[in-house]
Design a protein. Structure first.
Lengths: 186, 186
DNA sequence: CACCCTAGAGAACGAACGTTCTCGATGCAA
DNA sequence: TTGCATCGAGAACGTTCGTTCTCTAGGGTG
């Protein structure tokens, strides 16, 4: 089997298991079973579990970026592009594997004992905030709008995760509309 | 030593350690050292580590409720009472032990493997949302305001935790003011 | 066929954990 | 003082985990 196929099989299974049950709850043996890759090959492709965790986060970051921007680009006006973020969240929350933001979860579980994980979470959130800031600037909005919209998106994710329902995306979208209108007036 | 003193010493130390480094990263031996309570006495007061975790969450919930409502009651107008939530967050974020919402963290780390922890997190968040709803109703605001303000508070907590700075409270407070004004007009 | 490289299955190892047990010291009561 | 209950310190036990090692089978190449 080609190395790249092995890596992708491992990272896909690791992401699913780690995201669904937490990193520390999933042992290497379970990852071996789920990815159908023997421990020997697994350790020939990845130096350690910690390295797999970091690659999983990088992969998840790329998927998030692609998913959000695809949805945003489908919208036409600058205002609708900003609101499209919450439509993406709404769809995500409806997925029954949804269990909150993987970076928040990883940060909560490992951030205080793994500087690398903490840094990945910071980078991910900073990247998203910068993206929102670009969209807000393109809409001609006040600079204060972007952090407000980012906070709404964060809050929607944790609220939906803990409540187990997706309605937070609706509330966040409505709030975002009000904030956008206010930021365009000033 | 009186049992109640032992229990409080253990729960205080457990809260500090679990909150600061995560539950699974802190062993019973470290809790014994930090609380200065021997393992024997510890296990005579608590049946298991899992039970301690649940009591820590209950204790933290009570402290949160007391802290928020104390701050809210100091405000005079209904509008300022709603905004006082974010002032409380602002103070909390400035505490250098701040590491996000303990319930979000516990949910992320243990929610998928401990139904009790997941339930505590749900109850905590539902209680806060109900509290915000009462404050919003007292302000005569539209029913859609409360979930919006709750989401802002959630988002501010995770944003501040991961960024390591407290400015999210300022952004959330400003957004809350705009949303309150909009909800009072309609 | 003979050779060797790689693979899979799983044992093995050392560490860490939650929990219980042992042992000796301490303090109080009769 | 003697007896007894309680306590702290830490060893012990069984389990789990991350990682490495062993052994065997297979499959391509000379």
């Amino acid at each position: 089997m080609v190395d790249e196929q092995v890596r992708e099989r491992v990272l896909e299974a690791a992401d699913r298991l780690y995201y669904g049950r937490g990193v520390q709850s999933v042992g290497m043996d379970e990852l071996r079973l789920a990815s159908r890759v023997s421990l020997k090959v697994l350790y020939s492709e990845f130096p350690s579990k910690a390295a797999i965790v970091l690659e999983v986060l990088d992969r998840r970051h790329a998927l998030w970026d692609a998913g959000v921007s695809e949805r945003v680009e489908r919208a036409t006006t600058p205002r609708e592009k900003l609101l499209a973020i919450y439509d993406y969240l709404s769809d995500w929350f409806a997925d029954d594997t949804f269990r909150g933001c993987g970076f928040i979860n990883a940060f909560a579980e490992l951030g205080s004992i793994s500087p690398d994980v903490a840094q990945r979470a910071r980078d991910h959130k900073a990247g998203f905030q910068a993206y929102v800031a670009r969209l807000a600037a393109a809409a001609g909005a006040d600079a204060s709008l972007a952090p407000q919209l980012s906070i709404l998106a964060e809050g929607a994710q944790t609220t939906a995760a803990i409540a187990g329902t997706g309605e937070a995306a609706i509330h966040a979208r409505r709030a975002a509309g009000i904030l956008i209108d206010a930021a365009m007036r000033s």
